[in-house]
Write a protein that binds this ligand. Structure first.
Ligand SMILES: O=C[C@H](O)COP(=O)(O)O
Length: 258
């Protein structure tokens, strides 16, 4: 029987300015109850420019919503224009940071060595990576989705110590299901999430594999979350579009009622 706490994380992507962010977190805080927080960990990943406002609200009112960033630099500090370091995110009390999202891989050329360096940078500053992996449509159509995703896991975790890996979150996001309304069938999602856990077992050990939380991401909504969460190796969702609607996101957090 698993003891992993489900993690529902809202990846806002490039949406909501800092004022809208405050209003949005207020709506979530107003709707969520102690019962919700006991059952599920809730997190938001706002744009960098919102983080200070979100921190002030969450820390100031001792809200139980966690927060984090959508990316982190692999560098420590210095002449890296436009980059945000792990130390900066840690200073803002971020818990999580998404790393290797397919939109970063696709539009910013992020490859496995860079993703691996970012994972290490996150751990160095006490941030928990939400490591995003997943295949493009042509890879799935060719039947190579499991091998492709596991190769991403191998690359991202290269030389990452076991004590760190035990705390990581992996988000399986088939690229063709992101923002398209096409959800991966729950059994197909389980196939890959189960394989990810199996790979962590091979690379590390049973205890580490059982500790790691694996999320599914890709057109998750209140209407499909319950079936996805019923899968044995799926421990949460990384939610894009639907996380921008507070009411919908709260329903996703309450997946057991859907
Ligand atoms: O990080 C979130 C994913 O890219 C999923 O986005 P979506 O829920 O809009 O499909």
């Amino acid at each position: 029987m698993t003891t992993r706490t489900p993690l529902m994380a809202g990846n806002w992507k490039m949406n909501l300015n800092h004022l809208e962010a405050i209003a949005h977190v207020q709506k979530l805080a107003f709707a969520l109850t102690e019962k919700d927080y006991e059952a599920v960990e809730v997190a938001v990943l706002p744009p960098f420019t919102d983080l200070r406002s979100v921190q002030t609200l969450i820390d100031g009112d001792k809200l139980k919503i966690k927060y984090g960033a959508q990316d982190v630099s692999s560098h420590e500090s210095g002449a890296y224009t436009g980059e945000i370091s792990g130390a900066m995110l840690a200073k803002l009390n971020c818990t999580y940071v998404a790393i290797g999202h397919s939109e970063r891989r696709q539009y910013h050329g992020e490859d496995e060595p860079l993703v691996n360096a970012k994972v290490k940078a996150a751990f160095q500053h006490g941030l928990t990576p939400i490591l995003c992996v997943g295949e493009e449509l042509e890879v799935r159509e060719a039947g190579n989705h499991v091998a492709h995703t596991l190769a991403q896991v191998d690359g991202a975790l290269k030389d990452v110590p076991q004590k760190d890996v035990a705390t990581i979150v992996v988000a399986y996001e088939p690229v063709w299901a992101i923002g398209t309304g096409k959800t991966c069938g729950e059994e197909d999602a389980q196939e890959v999430c189960g394989a990810i856990r199996g790979r962590i077992r091979e690379l590390y050990d049973e205890e580490t594999a059982e500790a790691v939380r694996i999320q599914y991401g890709g057109s998750v909504k209140a209407g499909n979350v319950a079936k996805i969460m019923a899968q044995p190796d799926i421990d949460g969702a990384l939610v894009g579009g639907a996380s921008l609607d507070a009411e919908e996101f709260v329903k996703i957090v309450r997946f057991r009622d859907q």
